[in-house]
Design a protein around this ligand. Structure first.
Ligand code: PEP
Length: 247
């Protein structure tokens, strides 16, 4: 992991309420004081960004959003811009999560535009890539991930990845309880790293897909895995903190 700081990102998805968030954050903040190896980020739903920021401020935990619009402003009902997220103290934003690609039909081109929009406002994009179970069964996983990356590289170039994070999230592992084996993750992380050219050793590449306290250590032991993107495990303070500490 030479010069790369480990990163653990909690994607709450569309979960929680004011009461449960307050309880979760109180525990997480209490358990994550002082100096640690890993950098930790929580990504609540947009309505809870500011209350979350208020609860984590003064702690070493950062705020992230789960999505953003590729546009700066205008007639885009229901959308939220990078500037708005910046004003609410977000430092990171997840881009191209497979739930958005699949359920909201986000295309590679849109993902690339969102990446640009995020960086324009100094937000750090966490670019998610990953294959479906059918694509893995057909042995197409590297091809698919290569194409997802290339679509963004074509639009933004490689240099800007200096201020970005990549997350490998096999679709079949997200929210399913089925984690990639260390060998499967290692193959893809190595592949992504080589695709990053000159920045290969600088860019953090996270693994996401049913990471739990019980499998985190094994995954984090792989040199090309620089942390995790967590869904389910980020909603349980004890589980989340165990993973943050293992990173
Ligand atoms: C995610 O939503 O990015 C994720 C990895 O979810 P889970 O940890 O629940 O598989």
């Amino acid at each position: 992991h030479a010069k790369r700081r480990q990163l653990v990102v909690g994607n709450w998805k569309m979960n929680g309420n004011q009461q449960s968030n307050a309880e979760l954050l109180a525990k997480v903040v209490a358990g994550w004081q002082g100096e640690h190896n890993a950098e930790v980020v929580v990504c609540p739903p947009n309505p809870y960004l500011l209350p979350t920021f208020e609860k984590i401020s003064g702690s070493p935990i950062f705020l992230g959003a789960q999505n953003l619009s590729q546009y700066d402003s205008g007639a885009y009902t229901g959308e939220v811009s990078a500037k708005m997220l910046g004003e609410l103290h977000c430092k990171f934003v997840i881009i191209g999560h497979n739930e958005r690609r699949r359920l909201q039909g986000e295309t590679d081109a849109q993902v690339a535009q969102k990446f640009i929009a995020a960086q324009r406002e100094n937000l750090i994009p966490i670019l998610c890539v990953g294959e479906s179970s059918a694509q893995r069964e057909n042995g197409q996983h590297l091809e698919v991930i290569g194409a997802q990356l290339q679509a963004v590289f074509d639009q933004v170039g490689l240099d800007v990845f200096k201020n970005a994070v990549v997350a490998y999230e096999p679709v079949w592992a997200v929210g399913t309880g089925k984690t990639a084996t260390p060998q499967q993750a290692e193959e893809v992380h190595r592949f992504i790293r080589t695709r990053l050219g000159d920045l290969a050793e600088e860019v953090r590449i996270l693994y996401g897909g049913s990471v739990k306290a019980s499998n985190a250590e094994q995954l984090f032991a792989i040199p090309d895995i620089d942390g995790a993107l967590l869904g389910g495990a980020s909603l349980d303070a004890e589980e989340f903190l165990k993973i943050c500490k293992a990173a």
